[in-house]
Design a protein around this ligand. Sequence first.
Ligand code: PEP
Length: 251
Amino acid sequence: MTQLKPLIAANWKMNGDKALIAEFSTAFTTDKVNGIDIIVCPPSIYLDEFSSQVASNNSAIAVGAQNLSDKESGAFTGEISAAMLQQVNCNFAIVGHSERRSLFGETPQFVASKYATALANNITPILCTGESEQQREDEQTFTVIAQDIDAVIERSGIESFKDGIIAYEPVWAIGTGKSATPEQAQDVHAFIRKHLAKHDEEVAAGVRILYGGSVNENNAAELFKQKDINGALVGGASLVVDKFMAICQNA
Ligand code: PEP
């Protein structure tokens, strides 16, 4: 890893319940996990309660959303705005997770507008990007990733990555138990940093790039040794306190 402060983020997806929130709020005290940042993104219905519980339990956890609307307010049934997230002390939001892109049709431009809305409301966006298995076979990995990043640069400028986080999540590794090897991940992370450096070297050196895709307590340490891997975005293994704690402690 570079000198950037490691960050481990949890994406619970549509899993978890009030009992898991209570368990996480009390387990990740600052004495157990220090020197790293931890963000947990539960389903949005639990954000308010989770925020209150981490605040009253001396927890190291910061609370994040899995998604947000690109609009500020209005007639958008079922959506949640950045201002609403702010009101419940949720200061991070995942944007462009591959499930949102594939199941809900989110395009690079739409994701870039969510990224912009998050930043405009002082919410740190975690931009997910990654290739499918077919795209990797077709040697399109770097093209796909550059497209996602360029959409953000076009919309918000390179400086917007001073206040954002990137997560490289190969689609073929998400929820499959088949993580990218540390070398495969490092290759892509290095590409992302170089791509950003074409616009601004300082921004490129300062942005945290997380790896996501079947990270667990056994493979985390090797991934975290890679120069350009600054942490992880964890799905399945983030639903079990002991597993997620082990990943955090490896960072
Ligand atoms: C994810 O959904 O962001 C993810 C990385 O999932 P998993 O860790 O289960 O592969």
